[in-house]
Design a protein around this ligand. Structure first.
Ligand SMILES: C[S@@+](CC[C@H](N)C(=O)[O-])C[C@H]1O[C@@H](n2cnc3c(N)ncnc32)[C@H](O)[C@@H]1O
Length: 199
């Protein structure tokens, strides 16, 4: 199976180019993700629920809200969403599952105070740079949990792994969970799902 948008999702982009690309994809994202068997939102939500009962979760890079829907299904009642793309956010708003939705600029300030943050299929070569990972961990409360995924392309990029290891190696964060499994099975792409606890 091949797909116009998924085939182009891995190109390097500036934040403005990412926003334009995601805006163009917003109307058809849910249908195409379903056709590709998009499994990572449910996997991430289940992994986070194993380690966190946070009252509020930040769904960073919420897109059209598939990750928020999975978080809700896993039992998280209060979810804030944030994304670069206004058209993706408009689709997320239609789902009526978020307490708040925020459109981010290219160098977003991420409000602190969260005990749980999800970054589902947004970090790495297909979307946000590892600098975003650093910002998310800084925004997390001590003891808070970050669930995120790295797909096969991101896993092949040493920057992704070394960015995570910088936090783990110095004890600033602890790896609670990692599992390799389906991401887009119809496109033969897999992903690691991680849960990290901020020290
Ligand atoms: C593949 S989609 C995943 C969306 C959602 N998490 C899901 O699982 O359905 C990636 C999303 O990340 C957003 N994104 C990419 N780079 C970003 C950044 N630097 N900051 C915030 N969002 C970003 C895109 O606009 C897009 O909506």
């Amino acid at each position: 199976m091949s797909n116009f948008f998924f085939d182009r999702a891995y190109a390097a982009r500036t934040a403005d180019e990412t926003r334009a690309f995601r805006d163009a994809w917003a109307a058809t994202f849910d249908t195409e993700a379903a056709a590709a068997g998009y499994a990572t939102p449910v996997r991430c939500a289940a992994a986070l629920a194993r380690f966190s009962h946070a009252s509020t979760v930040l769904d960073f890079g919420c897109g059209t809200g598939l990750s928020g829907a999975a978080l809700k299904q896993a039992g998280f009642a209060c979810i804030d969403g944030a994304d670069l793309s206004p058209d993706m956010l408009a689709r997320a708003a239609d789902k009526q599952i978020y307490r708040s939705l925020t459109q981010l600029d290219s160098e977003p300030h991420i409000s602190g105070g969260y005990d749980a943050i999800a970054a589902v299929d947004i970090i790495g070569s297909s979307a946000a740079p590892m600098a975003v990972f650093d910002r998310l961990l800084r925004a997390l409360n001590r003891g808070g949990k970050l669930v995120f995924s790295l797909d096969d392309r991101a896993l092949a990029d040493p920057v992704s792994i070394s960015g995570m290891n910088e936090w783990l190696d110095c004890g600033a964060a602890r790896l609670l969970f990692v599992e390799y499994g389906d991401h887009l099975p119809e496109l033969q792409v897999k992903a690691n799902v991680y849960v990290i606890e901020k020290a």
